[in-house]
Structures are given as structure tokens and as C-alpha cells.
Design a protein around this ligand. Structure first.
Ligand SMILES: Nc1ncnc2c1ncn2[C@@H]1O[C@H](COP(=O)(O)OP(=O)(O)OP(=O)(O)O)[C@@H](O)[C@H]1O
Length: 611
């Protein structure tokens, strides 16, 4: 290759720098221009040089800023706090930022219409829309704002994948708040502001949180992921027996105010209440009412959930903040009754699937001692108010009911006449009710139209008429036979017509009684069938357990096939092996079966005469 050819080769190679897309990369173009010996275009070289210098300056500037930022951090000119979704403080900060209107600069929103997932909606668009969906700003990019003279920055982490049994795989988030200040108090002051705002805004609601198995490994504080806000219920709308509500409320209020006393007396600062009684008598309503009145959040856990075991229970209870209500509804469901346990012993159980009672109810993974530990443990003595409800107090272990775990037991009853009357009055407020006597039917047409008649009453007249109707209604409701929920269900059928509710109540009572009787009979029949089936199975099993040795029948408790058993043969002790003993078909008399059964219960070896 001569010199010209070689120069042309180099030239074409360097020319590539201008044509190849790769060569369009700034650095490569400039470098190529500099190195190209045939490049005569000095202005091109000059502009490339300037760009190189500019790029270098920019890079130096960037590194300097980073260096400064790191110095800032090292010299503790900033404080950073992180907030996990599912932690109550996360809600405070979201609300706080929403209140600061930071979302105006946000370009990403998390939108949800699920009521259980709704948090603090950004009020955009028509008001009706804001009632239906929640648009939570995602703060993906850091956003600066000023608060009480401090500069602060907010950043939301990219979502990370979590898993829960209820929701499966789902994304969860984290928020980082940085305050540019050396003063640690700035952070606590901001948090207190956020908490106060949260309390103020959530006052008309009761916040109910439920635990979720979600939570990144090692982030147990994120267990209470699901939350919903229920409008606060006026205590007067919960109709209990005289003084019951007031006494629970005062007790809880006194407890909240006496932290110092508990500390001085060395008594763990916690209080437990058990509300027990028939379904639909107002137990849950009482708890929601009290939570609303005292401004406490409810942390509700179902022990029947399959992911709730002793360890989950312990961790989730310790994640409940101070002065909140820890609620376990239907606490008896966690622990099967003795009868159910006996039934279960007979049922085979395979693999990792949850054990179920014969009625199909899944068995709780929580043990009684696990629950007692939680109620006694350190996690529970931080001003937590524990509420439990049950329909079957008799099924509860006495250990659970001892003071310190359950301090007050409150019994609920089926409705009295007084309660029925009060319920009627609450149900038909004079200001929203029109009595049918105030309406007159238009005479014509098959569809009778009701119109206002000239006999329209004023509020106090209507009130008096409704009181009379309430008395009449109550006189037809038998004492302690129907729950308040059942009466409420009946009244709901006559929402707009109190008079019809009164005139139809006697018939409704009769129909309900009849249906109940039939239900009871069906239930009795089912139980009887179950009992007979069980007796037949038991008899069959006993037959198999009877072993005749010589003239004496030896009944042994169920043992492994090849286990060695001690028996009594004709008054003499002997040792045998069940594997060698042939099962005898013995007709045992009923009396003998009873003895056998007693022996099996006490697991002893005994001698039975077969004659
Ligand atoms: N004492 C009551 N006063 C007013 N409403 C009541 C009362 N009892 C029940 N209700 C109404 O009946 C419904 C069910 O009530 P609630 O859930 O409080 O009963 P419960 O005793 O907790 O029942 P369960 O034992 O089945 O959980 C609610 O809508 C509630 O408004």
C-alpha cells in the first residue's frame, strides 16, 4: 500500500466518524476530528474543542455539587425519615403533604376507587368525583417545599413487590422526607404537626385497620395495611340497657387519663373488655361508638385468618401504636369447643392445609398460650385497650378471662320492650318522617298516589304521635326474644311508614317464631342424626378394640399395632403384643361399652368380664 492509499484509508476511517450513528456521539466526533490528520477544517476543530471544554466544565460542576451535597450530609445538615405504607405515620405524612398542596407539582397519581384502599384524596375535579376516587400523589421525583422556615424534600420510593394471602402479589411504597436542618427537633415538630392534622381531619370518622400478611421481610411494622374510615356513630343511636354504654365509656376514658397512676402503681398499662351475648345485640356497634367518642383507631384482627399464627399475632400487636383499640371479634371462633375438638380427632388431616372442624370452620393457627402471651406481654402494656367479642362466653378458657387480661365483662341481651321503643323513636325522627295520617290518597287510578293532606302536623305534634306509636310497637314486641338487629331489620321494611310497622309487628313476631321453631327442629334433627352416626362409629371401633384372651376380655386403650401392652388375665398381670393378638368379635353389652368408654377416657388397662 503506497502513502496515498494509506492516507485515503485513514481518511475514510475518520470520515466514518461523521456518518456512522455511533460516531455521532459527541466525544467520539470531537476526538475523531482532532486525530484526523487530513482534517483541514479548523472551525470544526474549534467548535469541537469548545464542546469538549464545556462538557468537562459541566462534569466538574456536577462532581462539585455532589461533593457539597455529601459534605452537607456528613456534617448533618439534613435529617431523613422514611415512612412505610401500612404504618399509621405514613397516613399522617400523606395527609400533611396533601394539605401543603405539594401535589400541584406532582405529575403522577395513584388512583383507587376501592373504599378499603382509599386514603387521603386530592380534591380535583367536581366534588362528587372526589367522593368516589382517591388520587394520591406519588412524588416519584423529589419535591422541595418550605415548612416553618426549613427547607424540606419529599421523595417516594419506587414500589417494591410484596405478597399477602388476601391480595396476592402487590406493590407497596415508601416515602422519604428530608429536612435540611441540623436540629433533630424539626423532624419531631413536623411529625407532630402531621399527626395533629390527621386527628383533626379524621375526627368525623373511625379508622379501622386490619392486619395483612404483606410486609417486606424485616418490615413488620407494615402489617396493618388495610384501612377504612367509617363515619362516627352517635352514641345515642346505640340502644343498650340503661347505663351500659356510659359505664364502658367512663371506664375507658379514666384508663386513658391514668397512665401515670399505672406507672406509679407498677401495674401494666392496659385494659381489656369482653362484650358477650347473642348476635346482633350491639357489641361491635358499641366498640365503634367508643372509638369514635374517644378518637381512637381500631386495629382489628381475625384469629380465624389462616395466616395469623402465634408469631404473626405477636408481631402485629407490637406494631399497634399507643392508645389504640386492639379488637378481636368472635374470639371463641379461634379455639374450638371440647365437642368440636373430639370431632376433629376422628378426622384425618393431610398436608399443609388448615385443619377444619366438622362444621367446616377452619381452625385457627393461634394457640391459647400464644394469645395469652400477647395479652400479657410487653407489646400489650402500652396504653392499648383490648376489646374482644363473643357469642359464646362459656366456650372461652377461664385463663383468658382472668383480670389483667379481661378486666371487664359486659353482657348483652336480646332486646327489652324499652329498647324496642327507643329503637322505634330513633328510627323515625320527627323531622324526616311523614305519618300516613298526614297523607291522603288521590281517589282515581289503579296506582293510588299519596299526597299531603290538609292535616299536616307540626314537628312537636308529629313527635308526640310517634312516641305513642313507639309505645304501641313495643307493647307487641316480646321481651328478650329478638335481637336489636332483628328489630332493626323489620323496621327497615317500613322505613317510610311507621304506622304500618306498628300494625304489622304482631304478625311478624308470629311468623318469626314459626320460622325459628322450624329452624330449631331441623337443627335438632341434624344433631340427632350426627349423634347416632357417631355412636355407630364408636361402637364399631370398640368392637375392633376388644381382645379376648382366654376367658377374659382385655380392653386396651388405642395403641400402635406393634406396641407392647400390659394386660390383666384372670387376675394375673401379663404382657402381650397387640400385633400378635387377633381381634376378637365380641358382643359387648351396653353396660360393658360404658365401662369400656370410661376406661378409654382414662387411658387405663382394665379387666372386663365377658360372661
Ligand atoms: N343495641 C343496638 N342499638 C342500635 N343498633 C343495634 C344494636 N344492636 C344491633 N344493632 C344494629 O344491628 C346491626 C348489627 O349490630 P352489631 O354488629 O353491633 O351486633 P353484634 O352484637 O356485634 O353482633 P355479632 O355478635 O353478630 O357480631 C348493626 O347494623 C347495628 O346498627
Amino acid at each position: 500500500m503506497n502513502q496515498d492509499e494509506s492516507a485515503a484509508g485513514v481518511d475514510s476511517w475518520f470520515n466514518l466518524a461523521g456518518t456512522n450513528p455511533f460516531s455521532r456521539i459527541l466525544g467520539f466526533t470531537v476526538l475523531a476530528s482532532f486525530l484526523n490528520p487530513t482534517n483541514r477544517d479548523t472551525s470544526y476543530i474549534a467548535s469541537g474543542g469548545w464542546m469538549l471544554i464545556l462538557g468537562t466544565l459541566l462534569e466538574v460542576g456536577r462532581r462539585f455539587c455532589q461533593w457539597l451535597y455529601e459534605r452537607f450530609d456528613i456534617f448533618q445538615y439534613s435529617l431523613t425519615a422514611s415512612f412505610d405504607e401500612g404504618d399509621p405515620a405514613y397516613e399522617w405524612i400523606i395527609l400533611f403533604l396533601t394539605d401543603k398542596k405539594l401535589w400541584k407539582r406532582s405529575r403522577f397519581f395513584h388512583v383507587t376507587a376501592r373504599t378499603s384502599a382509599r386514603k387521603w384524596g386530592v380534591k380535583t375535579g367536581p366534588p362528587r368525583m372526589a367522593e368516589h376516587v382517591d388520587c394520591v400523589p406519588t412524588y416519584e421525583a423529589p419535591q422541595l417545599f418550605q415548612w416553618k422556615g426549613y427547607w424540606a424534600e419529599i421523595k417516594r420510593d419506587a414500589p417494591s413487590l410484596m405478597f399477602s394471602e388476601e391480595k396476592g402479589s402487590h406493590w407497596s411504597r415508601k416515602i422519604f422526607l428530608t429536612i435540611y436542618s441540623k436540629d433533630v427537633n424539626a423532624l419531631s415538630a413536623l411529625l407532630e404537626d402531621a399527626r395533629q392534622l390527621y386527628l383533626e381531619v379524621s375526627q368525623p370518622n373511625v379508622i379501622i385497620r386490619t392486619a395483612d400478611k404483606g410486609g417486606r421481610m424485616g418490615y413488620d411494622e407494615s402489617m396493618w395495611l388495610e384501612s377504612k374510615a367509617k363515619p362516627r356513630r352517635a352514641l345515642s343511636s346505640i340502644i343498650l340497657q340503661e347505663g351500659v354504654m356510659q359505664s364502658i365509656l367512663e371506664d375507658a376514658r379514666e384508663f386513658i387519663d391514668s397512665e401515670e397512676w399505672y406507672t406509679l402503681a407498677g401495674i401494666p398499662y392496659r385494659r381489656g373488655y369482653l362484650l358477650h351475648g347473642p348476635p346482633g345485640t350491639g357489641k361491635s356497634s358499641t366498640i365503634y361508638g367508643i372509638a369514635g367518642e374517644l378518637g381512637l383507631e381500631i386495629y382489628s384482627l381475625s384469629l380465624a385468618s389462616q395466616y395469623v399464627d402465634d408469631s404473626f399475632l405477636q408481631r402485629s400487636v407490637s406494631a399497634i401504636p399507643k392508645q389504640a383499640i386492639f379488637l378481636i371479634e368472635d374470639i371463641d371462633c379461634a379455639f374450638p369447643s371440647r365437642e368440636e375438638l373430639n370431632e376433629m380427632d376422628e378426622m384425618p388431616h393431610y398436608g399443609p392445609f388448615p385443619r377444619k372442624t366438622k362444621s367446616g370452620r377452619p381452625m385457627s393457627q393461634v394457640t391459647l398460650s400464644g394469645l395469652l402471651n400477647v395479652l400479657d406481654g410487653v407489646g400489650s402494656d402500652e396504653g392499648k385497650i383490648f376489646f374482644a367479642t363473643t357469642n359464646y362466653v362459656e366456650n372461652l378458657d377461664p385463663a383468658l378471662l382472668r383480670p389483667g387480661r379481661i378486666d371487664r365483662k359486659i353482657q348483652y341481651y336480646l332486646a327489652t320492650k324499652t329498647q324496642a321503643e327507643a329503637l322505634f323513636i330513633k328510627f323515625y325522627p320527627a323531622s324526616l318522617t311523614t305519618l300516613s295520617s298526614e297523607l291522603s290518597a288521590s281517589p282515581s287510578g289503579p296506582n293510588v298516589v299519596l299526597e299531603k293532606s290538609p292535616m299536616v302536623m307540626n314537628i312537636s305534634e308529629r313527635q308526640a304521635a310517634l312516641v305513642e306509636l313507639a309505645k304501641e310497637f313495643a307493647s307487641h314486641v316480646p321481651e328478650h326474644e329478638f335481637s336489636t338487629a332483628e328489630l332493626q331489620g323489620y323496621l327497615l321494611m317500613w322505613k317510610k311508614s311507621p304506622e304500618s310497622a306498628v300494625s304489622g309487628v304482631s304478625e311478624w313476631v308470629e311468623v318469626e317464631r314459626k320460622e325459628r321453631k322450624e329452624r330449631l327442629e331441623r337443627e335438632e334433627e341434624r344433631k340427632q342424626q350426627l349423634k347416632e352416626k357417631r355412636e355407630a362409629q364408636e361402637a364399631e371401633r370398640l368392637q375392633g378394640s376388644l381382645t379376648r384372651i382366654g376367658g377374659t376380655v382385655v380392653i386396651a386403650p388405642p395403641v400402635a399395632d406393634d406396641a407392647s401392652v400390659s394386660t390383666v388375665v384372670n387376675g394375673e398381670h401379663a404382657t402381650g403384643n397387640t400385633a400378635n393378638a387377633s381381634p376378637a368379635s365380641t358382643e359387648a353389652s351396653t353396660a360393658t361399652e360404658q365401662t369400656i368408654s370410661a376406661a378409654r377416657d382414662s387411658s387405663t388397662t382394665l379387666q372386663v368380664s365377658a360372661s
